[in-house]
Ligand binder design. Sequence first.
Ligand code: NAD
Length: 348
Amino acid sequence: MKRTFAVIGYGGQGAWHTRQILSSDVAALSGVYDIDPAKNAAAEKNGIRAYASVDGLLADGGVESVVIAVPNDAHKELVIKSLEAGKNVICEKPVEMTVAAFDDMTAAAGRAGKLFTVHQNRRWDVDYLAMKKIVESGEIGGLINIESRIHGSRGIPSDWRCAKKQGGGMMLDWGVHLIDQVLQIIKEKIVRIYCTETHITNTEVDDGFKLTLYFESGKTAYVEVGTYNFIAMPRFYLQCEKGSAIIEDWRKNAQVARMKAWNEKEVLPVQTAAGITKTMAPRDEITLDIYEAERPVSDVHDFYRNFCAALDNKAELTVRHSEVRRVMQVMEAAFASSDKEQALEVRI
Ligand code: NAD
């Protein structure tokens, strides 16, 4: 039998959740509530029941679980209120702005004995899954460095994302996804963090950032979000002990160059603008295998399938509290590094 969900917040992402639930094989939608009457009217126009109040929604015994899809500063209050009303909760990312706030939310879930998770849906992105598969398969050896970038050219959307007190800025908006992905690929302690924010179109919140994570074994990850990049750099670049891989764009497959032999018989120098170089000359293709990685298969409906299986005690939640907390810790340290304009020694 399908499990019943209600959605709080019927903006861009709340509407996305209603579409997911309405097309789900495991979930059913009982209705939505938005603080803005115009959004409730829009839901009803779309054939979706709109509750008159959040209390009315939470009092509905037919609602087993609630999805919170409101601006970031309203997550904590609604998550705790829903848990205390006996509902299971899926909260949108970023779960909150601080580790302390997240701890209050998990404590409330513990007291209520209800399921609580965060919608880190970009774990189902095929570009990220392709990189993860290449690293985990070991086909190009151990990871040295991974670079994960997302570049746009329109600044920050001109809504609550521009306001600091509402949890605006690109670290909390996109950084939370990219950091979560990287920490799924490199499962080691982070020992050092260095971050610089950009403020090209907005002084109040970051409109982008450049973040380097240094891991215990010497592996590194570079995460960058930009909103003022009129030519986008590749989505992913992976440097491993026996090769490299690149994803130019999230719509494209990974290109892999696997080293067959380190030594080349003869290196032909190439002409550059002001001289010749052998060091930077392209590799002799005999020493490389160059191929396109298979596109991973992914179904974002698996997020709700996992949540419903966890409700049935048939699965562990895919997005765990310890993982969400770790991402929050990284973002807190990244903001601190940027404020202090220095690298921070950490153990995260
Ligand atoms: P939005 O501005 O489009 O919608 C937010 C809605 O929440 C608005 O309709 C607003 O009226 C309503 N709202 C505000 N306070 C409320 C309250 N107290 N009770 C009920 N409704 C309230 O914003 P959005 O883009 O939908 O973002 C909402 C959340 O979803 C944010 O946390 C954001 O980070 C997240 N999000 C996640 C993804 C993803 O891919 N996981 C994508 C976009 C947004």
